[in-house]
Design a protein around this ligand. Structure first.
Ligand SMILES: [Zn+2]
Length: 387
């Protein structure tokens, strides 16, 4: 059993961008790696370079025609209209960019390597490049081309595990992962996400044939509300499922400083959630996800790594870490004059608030038995009432 968590990264993310006008024009994984090293948290012994997944490995989930289309798009730098339409390449926020195959295949390769490491005795693996939870079998969706959480979970199942818990803390519903395991009793997918936001799925009543629980939370979702959801829904659900492995999607777009959601968490709330969830299973894969403010995403994900190592990230940035943060730029207005704590500390100020009824309701509803189970219980009690 490896005592220390492993960090899977790659230099491919440093050079690659979805294009200047895209929300993913910003560096994220490279800054996270730089920050962790600058804080003294990432010795070489805990770092592994991610391999690129092969087309054959990707075909465990993805349509071979789609994999081929991504490879051809990268080689040619263009796609024909029919291919673009069929696979949503260069459509709906999924741009054609120079590493359109290699970059997502490296993220997928990390989740596959993580699964192998966990099956071989590692207890915690971190891949901040992972968490591309919207990717579909045969098309890109929501900036995600390949679905690395699905591939990682399939690899764990193929390795002999029978119960894998997936917890998605991204601001957006983890629709691609939920759909991939709909009706599969071996996987429980639990998603906490902003109500009424794209992709507009993940209602409380959506159980995906019993394999999903959804917690759509209102705008303004605060630190105390996430702590409530963890304690009153995620932990009881997780304990009841008795997972042999836990996969956490830790998107940073539910943070207050993120431009793409209206949730208002501090990074400390996500760090606490991850720390609280880890004891649910002996094998843990922690992934990244969304996150569209270069300062908040890198500080959040560096702090997640610190937490996995038992280090309190709520300390001042070292001079080297501050230099990493001061070198960042962002084309949005907020990037012109970043607040001091984006540059000098990893931790955000806490953002606690009242736990609203809407949050209590979704937490309670997530624990309720599915409607068919209620019908079954009602029928059983009627029968016993007559005898
Ligand atoms: Zn997201």
């Amino acid at each position: 059993m490896s005592a220390r968590p492993l960090f899977l990264g790659s230099e491919i993310y440093r050079r690659s961008s979805y294009g200047a006008k895209h929300p993913l024009a910003i560096p994220r994984v490279s800054t996270t790696i730089d920050l962790c090293r600058a804080m003294g948290w990432l010795p070489d012994a805990q770092y592994r370079d991610s391999p690129m997944a092969t087309p054959a490995q990707l075909a465990r989930f993805h349509d071979p025609a789609y994999i081929d289309a991504l490879q051809r798009a990268e080689a040619d730098g263009q796609v024909d209209a029919a291919t673009a339409e069929r696979h949503a390449i260069g459509r709906f926020g999924n741009p054609l960019f120079p590493e359109i195959f290699r970059r997502p295949a490296t993220g997928a390769g990390a989740s596959l390597l993580a699964a192998r490491l966990l099956l071989d005795g590692a207890d915690t693996v971190y891949s901040p490049a992972g968490g591309t939870h919207h990717g579909r079998r045969d098309r890109a969706s929501g900036f995600c081309y390949l679905n690395d959480p699905v591939l990682g979970i399939l690899a764990l199942l193929d390795g002999g595990l029978e119960r894998v818990l997936y917890v998605d803390l991204d601001a957006h519903h983890g629709d691609g992962v939920e759909a991939a395991f709909a009706g599969d009793a071996r996987v429980l997918t639990v998603s906490v996400h902003e109500d009424g936001r794209w992709p507009f799925t993940g209602a409380v009543a959506d159980r995906a044939g019993g394999s999903a629980r959804n917690l759509p939370v209102p705008p303004g979702f605060n630190d105390c509300e996430l702590a409530w959801v963890v304690e009153h829904a995620l932990l009881p659900l997780g304990r009841g499922f008795m997972p042999q492995a836990l996969v956490i999607q830790c998107g940073a777009d539910a943070l207050a400083d993120d431009p793409l959601s209206r949730l208002e968490l501090s990074n400390g709330a996500l760090w606490s959630a991850v720390t609280a969830l880890l004891p649910l299973a002996p094998r843990r894969l922690v992934l990244g996800g969304g996150g569209y403010n270069p300062w908040s995403v890198a500080r959040c994900w560096a702090g997640v790594w610190a937490g996995l190592n038992g280090i309190d990230p709520a300390i001042p940035a070292t001079p080297a870490a501050e230099a990493v943060l001061r070198a960042l730029t962002w084309s949005r207005a907020a990037g012109r004059n970043p607040p001091a704590h984006w540059l000098t500390a990893l931790a955000d100020p806490p953002r606690c608030g009242p736990v609203r009824d809407a949050v209590r309701r979704v937490a309670a509803a997530a624990l309720e038995p599915a409607s068919y189970e209620r019908m079954l219980m009602a029928a059983t009690s009627n029968v016993s009432g007559r005898t």
